[in-house]
Design a protein around this ligand. Structure first.
Ligand SMILES: Cc1cc2nc3c(=O)[nH]c(=O)nc-3n(C[C@H](O)[C@H](O)[C@H](O)COP(=O)(O)OP(=O)(O)OC[C@H]3O[C@@H](n4cnc5c(N)ncnc54)[C@H](O)[C@@H]3O)c2cc1C
Ligand code: SF4
Length: 559
């Protein structure tokens, strides 16, 4: 049996990066992906509703039967539902009274196909947060450790955005920013006038090209990126990292390869390979590798390690700390506010800009006032005019009513809060021995709930958004009061955290398992806290950093 230099499990946001970095350093790398191949021929962003069987409304019977959980995601519509898992084949269970939405895809490129592309660096405010507040454990790295890797990732994938010079949201290597529309410009100016030095409204920083970059074309604002992109204008693994890995001639990508567990060599204290169930034939297979990168996503990587228990690691492989599966976090949403604003009535938006606005965290900043809760939140959102779909609210009928619908309605402004979630040991997942998935692999049982701190900062986000709208003279202001269940933000993380001490963390400062040196985990499982920024750019930077560390360690014959 061939022994690969490296095995990467998963080909999504992080797996693509691991594959690229490892192969570019000359490692023969096997990428094991549970789902089928996806190519740009599968992209459907330009298919109009009238060419869809259900006119874009979706096959509701089928979704209820096969995707009752996935349909809760805004992006799982008639076009993109094919990029989300079948919930019956991929089940999980939850603790009583603790709902959790596990929203995901199982195909080459994973959720990098459907993601919202918002990318925000973390700062030392985030990396020092746990230490400062005496919560959980300290991150083993600081901003200076990861900053060059943010540069490395951003330069390759292409990020558009505006530099602001804010310490809590470091600037990156930006392509030119997208424009704010006139409603957003109005809001930006109101915020600058009333909250100068505290709050800033800027255009979202996003992994969408505003200029041709690395052989990929600039975005043409068709606007439905979660359906794919034939011009490769936003970043996903198929558009960028996997082609780079393939170009080296060193990557073998095996699709329909559902990883069951890792094979542990007790004598060498190394992972020697991977057990796989073929997704189509359901035959059991094994593959050998010198190092293994777990990039199957935060919950799935923990599941694989828990399913890999051995006599030496009865509570799960690499789990001498007892923290594997614990400290699950996801951003809380549902706070913020919407309202109608008096932006110019004679102006409208042009095209479908695949991006919104961002208001970086402004609560609990160093030297600023202290809030009655820990950490903070940021706002995403934007201004838009109501379209013809407002017909159900418009009184009248007949030709006059139709004519009214031909002109755009009021300007609306929305601010959606994304709040930081604290790491807590009691938020955990475990193997549910009563259930298996379609490949006979034991599933996870998730037990996660938000605390008063997350709820308090979401309530504050609704008040803060409403006061910004009021300052702009908005009317019909509606503050958000229903907060999302865990999982809904699709930023789940923390199940195999990094730390400084093997007794309290699973991974060291290089995403390497404390217990088993040739095992790395670089997806969201590794996160020690959650900050309030969208996390994927940090996962990618950590993956590139860990891959380069592993290559160097292999050269030194340490692995
Ligand atoms: C609609 C939506 C919007 C989002 N918006 C944003 C955003 O704006 N900004 C942001 O930062 N993040 C966003 N996210 C989250 C982002 O997509 C994830 O953080 C990111 O994809 C996680 O990367 P990953 O590599 O850990 O997992 P994934 O990208 O999910 O990839 C995991 C891969 O592993 C494979 N896999 C799973 N189990 C196995 C197994 N047992 N064996 C083999 N392979 C396996 C999967 O098939 C998949 O290909 C969004 C997600 C969604 C769905
Ligand atoms: S909006 Fe831009 S990035 Fe999104 S699918 Fe269209 S061209 Fe691609």
């Amino acid at each position: 049996m061939k022994t690969y230099d490296a095995i990467v499990i998963g080909s999504g946001m992080t797996g693509g990066w691991a594959a690229k970095e490892l192969t570019e350093h000359g490692l023969e790398t096997l990428v094991l992906e549970a789902g089928p191949m996806v190519t740009p021929a599968d992209y459907v962003e330009h298919v109009p509703p009238w060419e869809m069987k259900f006119r874009g409304l979706g096959d509701r019977k089928k979704q209820l039967a096969r995707q009752p959980i996935q349909k809760e995601c805004y992006a799982c519509d008639e076009w993109s539902s094919k990029f989300f898992v079948d919930d019956i084949d991929n089940p999980y269970t939850t603790a009583d009274g603790k709902p959790f939405l596990w929203l995901r895809g199982r195909h080459v490129a994973g959720r990098s196909i459907m993601w919202g592309r918002q990318v925000y660096r973390w700062s030392d405010l985030d990396f020092e947060g746990n230490l400062r507040d005496g919560i959980a454990v300290d991150w083993p790295i600081r901003y200076a450790d990861i900053a060059p890797w943010y540069d490395h990732v951003e330069e390759f994938i292409g990020i558009s955005g505006e530099a602001l010079g804010l310490p809590q949201l470091p600037d990156g290597r930006f392509l030119k920013p997208m424009d704010l529309n006139c409603g957003e410009v109005m809001m930006r100016d109101v915020i600058a006038k009333h909250w100068s030095g505290e709050r800033v409204l800027t255009i979202g920083r996003c992994a969408v090209l505003t200029e041709a970059h690395n052989g990929r074309a600039a975005c043409h604002y068709c606007g439905y990126c979660e359906r794919g992109c034939i011009t490769l204008s936003y970043f996903n693994s198929i558009n960028a990292t996997l082609p780079a890995a393939r170009q080296t001639g060193k990557m073998t990508l095996r699709t329909d390869s559902v990883v069951h567990s890792l094979i542990y060599d007790r004598k060498k204290n190394r992972v020697s390979g991977v057990r796989v169930i073929d997704g189509v034939t359901k035959h059991a297979l094994e593959f050998r590798g010198r190092v293994v990168f777990l990039c199957a996503s935060a919950l799935e990587s923990a599941r694989i390690l828990l399913n890999s228990a051995t006599p030496e690691f009865p509570a799960g492989l690499a789990n001498s700390s007892g923290e594997l599966g614990h400290n699950v976090m996801d951003h809380i949403m549902g706070g913020g506010a919407t309202g109608k604003i008096a932006a110019p009535a004679d102006r409208n938006t042009v095209g479908r800009r695949p991006n919104g606005i961002y208001v970086p965290r402004f609560r609990n900043l160093p030297g600023g006032p202290k809030s009655p809760f820990l950490r903070g939140y940021g706002f995403q959102g934007g201004a838009s005019r109501a379209g013809w779909w407002r017909g159900t609210d418009l009184p009248g009928f007949g030709a006059d009513w139709k004519r009214q619908l031909e002109t755009p309605g009021d300007w609306h402004m929305s601010f959606s809060g994304f709040g930081e979630c604290l790491p807590r040991h009691e938020n955990y997942l475990e193997i549910d021995r009563t259930k298996t998935d379609a490949w006979g692999i034991p599933v996870i049982r998730i037990s996660v709930a938000y605390s008063d701190n997350e709820r308090a900062l979401m309530e504050d986000s609704s008040l803060a958004a409403a006061e910004m709208l009021a300052a702009a003279g908005a009317w019909d202001i509606e503050p958000g009061t229903e907060f999302s269940p865990p999982g809904k933000a699709i930023h789940e993380m923390g199940t195999a955290r990094m730390g400084r001490d093997p007794r309290t963390s699973v991974l060291n400062a290089h995403n390497q398992a404390w217990d088993i040196p040739n095992l790395f985990c670089t997806d969201g499982a590794c996160m020690t806290s959650s900050a309030c920024q969208n996390p994927s750019i940090t996962y990618m930077a950590l993956t590139a950093r860990a891959a380069n560390y592993a290559v160097d360690a292999m050269k030194r014959n340490e692995l």
